[in-house]
Each structure stands twice: as structure tokens, then as C-alpha cells.
Ligand binder design. Structure first.
Ligand code: DX5
Ligand code: ZN
Length: 221
């Protein structure tokens, strides 16, 4: 398994001070910045786009920016995010007519590509494309909002996807997103996740370094 990555979701950050918030969470030990893009169409919420990604790069953020697209259609915005400094771009198969094409588009733009499985999306959507992916993102809430409760069936799904990744022999990251907290992250890691998104659990806490350290301790325990 690859080293654990902690990716705070800036959805729960103070948007009026976004640059400082990202600096603070990276200084506190975070590895990636998880960047949630919502369109009020594929999901019932509206957030941020490539301009904000580019602004973070101009602000001096050098850490990987992990763009989670909750938008439909997907393809049109991919080159804009690549130019804006995205490192990874993940999308939902339900939001793309041609999943394989979208993966190739993301990689052709020089980014790593991820596919996102909603709580009710079966893992067989990975058939025929796992060999092209850099990351699989298992949603443990329905996409659209921070602060929701972790859906327990995600643990079984993680175990299944972990087996498939290991059988592929490729270094594909397995990311979990939704309701991740210090008190459940150990079980999530044991189920096979190596990349952990957390929004409210980190930004809702006054001491980012403390909560990130507690998460890391629970991952290795
Ligand atoms: C939900 C987003 C998540 C969200 C997670 O659609 O994809 O990244 O910010 O927030 P928490 O950690 O609060 O569940
Ligand atoms: Zn997300």
C-alpha cells in the first residue's frame, strides 16, 4: 500500500480567507488540497471553479490539488482545470457519456485521472477502465454537501475495490470522501483506503495540526 495521504476538503474552509486556510492546513501536515466543484445540476449545490484553483496556485500553493468534479457535463471544463493547476481530476461516471474518453482527456491534459463511485454505484463501473486510472474515489456520503454522516456500506465497497486494485498490480490510489473523522478513519484505513478526504472534521476544529495528527495515528494503529 502507498503512504497515507490526508486531503482536507476546502468545502468546509472559510472561503473569505481561502488562501490562508489552505496555507494553514498544509502547514498543519496535510498532503493534498481536496477541491470540490459543484454545479447545481449534477448535485444540488454550487461552489468553485478553475479561477479559484488558479488563484490558489498564484497564492503559492505547491501541494497537489485534488479536483473532485461534481458537474455535468464533465469534458468541457477539464482543460480549464488542467491550465488552472489541477494535479488530479476525478469525475462521476454518471456525469460523462463516454467514461473512457473522459479519462483519456484528463490524462492527455497532463493530470492524473480518478473515477468516483457514489454510494449506490456498483464497483463494476471499474471494468475495462481500472487499468487507465490513477485513483478510485469511494463516496461515503451522497455528493453535494459537507458535514454528512459516513455511510457504513462504503467499508465493504473499499474492501472490494482494494482487492481489485491489488490484483491489477498498479499503484492506483484508493480515496474515501464523506464523513471521515478521527474516530472512524482507522476502520476506513483497515478496509483499504490510502487517501483520506476530510472537510468538517478538520476545518470544524480549531487546531488543524492536532486533528490531522490524530488522524495519522489512527491510520497506522
Ligand atoms: C461532498 C464532498 C466532500 C465533502 C466532505 O460532496 O465531495 O469532499 O466536502 O465533507 P465532510 O468531510 O464534512 O463529510
Ligand atoms: Zn469531494
Amino acid at each position: 500500500m502507498q503512504p497515507a495521504v490526508i486531503a482536507p476538503s476546502i468545502l468546509s474552509a472559510d472561503f473569505a480567507r481561502l488562501g490562508e486556510e489552505v496555507d494553514a492546513v498544509l502547514a498543519a501536515g496535510a498532503d493534498w488540497v481536496h477541491f470540490d466543484v459543484m454545479d447545481n445540476h449534477y448535485v444540488p449545490n454550487l461552489t468553485i471553479g478553475p479561477l479559484v484553483c488558479e488563484a490558489l496556485r498564484k497564492h503559492g500553493v505547491t501541494a497537489p490539488i485534488d479536483v473532485h468534479l461534481m458537474i455535468e457535463p464533465v469534458d468541457r471544463i477539464v482543460p480549464d482545470f488542467a491550465r488552472a493547476g489541477a494535479s488530479l481530476i476525478s469525475f462521476h461516471p454518471e456525469a460523462s457519456r463516454h467514461v473512457h474518453r473522459t479519462i483519456q482527456l484528463i490524462k492527455g491534459e497532463g493530470c492524473r485521472a480518478g473515477l468516483v463511485l457514489n454510494p449506490a454505484t456498483p464497483v463494476d463501473v471499474l471494468d475495462y477502465v481500472l487499468e487507465d486510472l490513477d485513483l478510485v474515489l469511494v463516496m461515503s456520503v451522497n455528493p453535494g454537501f459537507g458535514g454528512q454522516a459516513f455511510i457504513p456500506s462504503a467499508l465493504d465497497k473499499l474492501r472490494t475495490v482494494r482487492e481489485r486494485i491489488d490484483a491489477s498490480g498498479r499503484a492506483v490510489r484508493l480515496e474515501i470522501d464523506g464523513g471521515v473523522k478521527p474516530d472512524n478513519i482507522g476502520a476506513i484505513a483497515a478496509a483499504g483506503a490510502d487517501t483520506f478526504v476530510a472537510g468538517s472534521a478538520i476545518f470544524g476544529h480549531s487546531d488543524y495540526a492536532d486533528v490531522i495528527a490524530r488522524m495519522r495515528r489512527a491510520i497506522v494503529a
